[in-house]
Design a protein around this ligand. Structure first.
Ligand code: HPA
Length: 278
């Protein structure tokens, strides 16, 4: 069987949940997923408990060096959060169900809202390397989907609505916070691809024409999973390279990490201030 049955999935999830609840009785309200080069935000959390992914039954383990691989439970902006320091990408070879798993587990232990960040390439010519962008909508170009397979009707509907995957109220709050702190923050559409290679000029041109403002290799599976379960979602992208087909420069992972580090303080401030206001 390519996909777990509903019963098999529930057994795995419950085992992970039982393990976590055996370690800590901390109840997170918010799930934070930190993107490539954006793990510093985790340092701001007043950590109460840290669990390594390797220890949690059925949890995938990150393979990418720039991702740490632990769950951090604690307070951020006065709220109870659990942060995934290190996330899972489709290009690592995980199935969509594996990528969705931590989000399902987080929901089971209390998280009602997903705050997600990522590094991405800027397609919109008004965006510069090191800028941040609120994700207003997305395009799933992964050619796969975490909801394919048996649907657990206790978690969410077979055919979930996607008319507002990114919660309007949270978008407005993030915008207010950015304005108040004079942080330049764009808004736009995130297009998800599998990677792991970056795109060709022809692909960037095509993606821009499709209506995308940025392109990246993550986020959409976790957002779809969260929306399926009725969670609220806020997504912030950091533009780590400029994907302008007529002026394309080669990009190294070091450039991506350096740009993420440049933008991280602004992104951190927006997320912390949003949490404070919620
Ligand atoms: N393309 C896809 N993913 C990315 C990029 C990009 O240019 N930059 C950072 N992640």
């Amino acid at each position: 069987m390519k996909y777990d049955t509903v019963e098999a999935f529930r057994a795995k999830r419950d085992e992970a949940v039982d393990f976590i609840q055996g370690e800590t009785d901390f109840q997170p309200e918010y799930l934070l997923i930190l993107g490539t080069g954006l793990g510093q935000l985790a340092e701001e959390i007043e950590a109460e408990h840290i669990i390594s992914y390797d220890d949690i039954p059925h949890f995938p383990v990150s393979t990418v060096e720039s991702h740490a691989g632990k769950l951090i439970f604690g307070k951020l902006g006065g709220k109870n959060v659990v942060a995934m320091q290190g996330r899972f990408h489709y290009y690592e070879g995980y199935t969509m169900q594996q990528i969705a798993f931590p989000v399902r587990v987080a929901k089971s232990i209390g998280a009602q809202t997903l705050l997600v960040s990522n590094a991405c390439g800027g397609l919109n010519p008004n965006f510069s390397r090191g800028d941040i962008m609120l994700i207003t909508d997305h395009i799933n170009f992964l050619g796969d989907n975490p909801l394919i397979g048996p649907n657990d009707d206790d978690l969410g509907p077979r055919f979930p609505d996607m008319s507002e995957p990114y919660t309007e109220r949270l978008l407005e709050l993030a915008e207010t916070v950015a304005l108040e702190h004079a942080i330049k923050m764009h808004q736009g559409v995130y297009l998800a691809v599998t990677g792991p290679m970056l795109e060709t000029k022809a692909e960037y041109r095509y993606m821009r024409q499709l209506g995308a403002d940025v392109v990246g290799m993550s986020t959409v599976p976790e957002v779809i999973t969260a929306v399926h379960m009725g969670m609220d979602v806020l997504g912030i992208s950091v533009i780590t390279d400029e994907c302008f087909p007529d002026a394309l420069e080669p990009v190294e992972i070091e450039d991506v990490l350096a740009a993420a580090a440049m933008a991280e303080p602004q992104m951190t401030q927006v997320i912390i201030n949003v949490l404070e206001r919620l």
